[in-house]
Design a protein around this ligand. Structure first.
Ligand SMILES: [Mn+2]
Length: 316
C-alpha cells in the first residue's frame, strides 16, 4: 500500500498497538512515538509495546506512549521491523497472533504483515510515518520531534548515501513545526561519553585491515565492554565507526554475543552490496548497511565474512 492508503487504513482502526524492533534504534523508536502521537491526536487509543532492549538515549521518546501489560489491541502495527527474527520476546507473541500492518523501508522486509507499506527508496521509516501523519494534517511538534530523530539517526545526520532530496524536504517540514532540532543534533551527533571514546580507542588499536586497507574489521569481544564499563548506550551505532577511517570502503563490526555466537554489521561505501554479503550468512539489510548473526567465535566470524565478501566480489 502507498502512504495514502495506509493513512486511510489506520484512520479506520482504533485500539492500536505499535511494535518496535529488537535493539531499537532512533528510527524504530522515533517512528513508534511519532505515529502514536499522531494517532492519539486523531482521537484513537494507541500504544507502543515496551521494548526491553531500549537504551537511556531513546527511552524518553517512548515513555508517554508505553502500553500497559493488559493491553488488548484490535490492530497491531510494526515500524521499521524487517524480519521475524527482529521481534522482541513480547513482540513475538503478537507476531504469532498476526501483524495487521507493517510499515518499513528495508528491501529485505519478510512480508509477515497482512498489509504492508514498504518503500526501500526511503532513507528512514520515519519518512513514511511523516507522509502518513501529513495526510491526517497532524504533524504537531509531538509527532515531528521523534520523527526528526528517526530520519536524522538513520541517515547519520543526513550524511549517509541513503539521504535524498526528499529526506531533506521531510526534515525541513519537521523543523518547521518548531521543534528544538539543534538540541537533538547535539544530543545524537555531537556528544560522546568518555567510555565511548575509550571504546573507540581500543577498537582502533585492535582494528584489522585487508585488501590494501579498504576493508576494516573491528572485533568487539564481550570482555571489552565489561573492562571499560561501557553500556549498551556507549555501544550505540558502533558499526559506523570503522567506516570513518580514511580509505575504508567496507567496514565490518563483529560483536561477541552473550550466550554464544556473534552479531555482524557490514557498512559499505565502495559499491559492494552489504545486503548480499550478509544474505550469504543468513542475514539481510540495505545495499550499504546490513547485518547477520553467526554461531561461532569472533575469529570464525571474521573468516566467514571475508569469504562472503570474496563470493559477492567474484559473482559480481
Ligand atoms: Mn530504519
Amino acid at each position: 500500500m502507498n502512504t495514502a492508503e495506509t493513512a486511510a487504513l489506520l484512520a479506520a482502526q482504533d485500539n492500536i498497538l505499535i511494535i518496535t524492533h529488537r535493539r531499537p534504534d532512533g528510527d524504530t523508536t522515533g517512528c513508534a512515538a511519532g505515529l502514536c502521537a499522531a494517532l492519539r491526536r486523531l482521537g484513537k487509543q494507541a500504544w507502543v509495546l515496551p521494548n526491553p532492549d531500549i537504551t537511556e538515549l531513546f527511552a524518553p521518546y517512548l515513555e508517554p506512549y508505553l502500553a500497559p501489560a493488559e493491553v488488548r489491541p484490535a490492530f497491531v502495527v510494526t515500524v521499521d521491523v524487517a524480519a521475524r527474527s527482529l521481534f522482541t520476546p513480547q513482540g513475538e507473541l503478537w507476531l504469532a497472533r498476526g501483524i495487521d500492518l507493517a510499515i518499513d523501508h528495508h528491501p529485505s522486509y519478510e512480508g509477515f504483515g497482512r498489509e504492508s507499506c514498504v518503500d526501500p527508496g526511503r532513507a528512514a521509516c520515519g519518512e513514511l510515518i511523516y507522509d502518513i501523519a501529513r495526510q491526517w494534517g497532524l504533524v504537531t511538534p509531538e509527532t515531528a520531534l521523534p520523527l526528526y530523530v528517526a530520519v536524522s539517526t538513520d541517515t547519520g545526520c543526513f550524511q549517509y548515501g541513503n539521504t535524498t532530496p526528499a529526506t531533506h524536504r521531510t526534515a525541513a517540514a519537521l523543523m518547521e513545526t518548531g521543534i528544538d532540532y539543534t538540541a537533538l543534533n547535539k544530543k545524537h551527533f555531537r556528544t560522546k561519553s568518555f567510555k565511548r571514546l575509550a571504546l573507540e580507542g581500543r577498537l582502533t588499536a585492535d582494528m584489522e585491515f585487508y585488501d590494501g586497507g579498504t576493508v576494516a574489521i573491528a572485533a568487539v569481544p564481550l570482555s571489552m565492554a565489561a573492562e571499560l564499563g561501557a553500556s549498551a548506550q556507549d555501544m550505540e551505532d558502533i558499526a559506523a565507526f570503522p567506516g570513518q577511517i580514511e580509505g575504508v570502503e567496507t567496514a565490518i563490526t563483529i560483536k561477541e554475543r552473550e550466550g554464544g555466537g556473534c552479531k555482524l554489521s557490514v557498512r559499505t561505501t565502495g559499491g559492494l552490496n552489504a545486503s548480499r554479503v550478509c544474505a550469504l550468512l543468513g542475514g539481510g539489510g540495505h545495499a550499504a548497511a546490513a547485518g547477520c548473526s553467526t554461531s561461532g567465535t569472533l575469529s570464525e566470524a571474521r573468516v566467514a565474512v571475508l569469504e562472503a565478501i570474496r563470493t559477492v566480489q567474484r559473482d559480481g
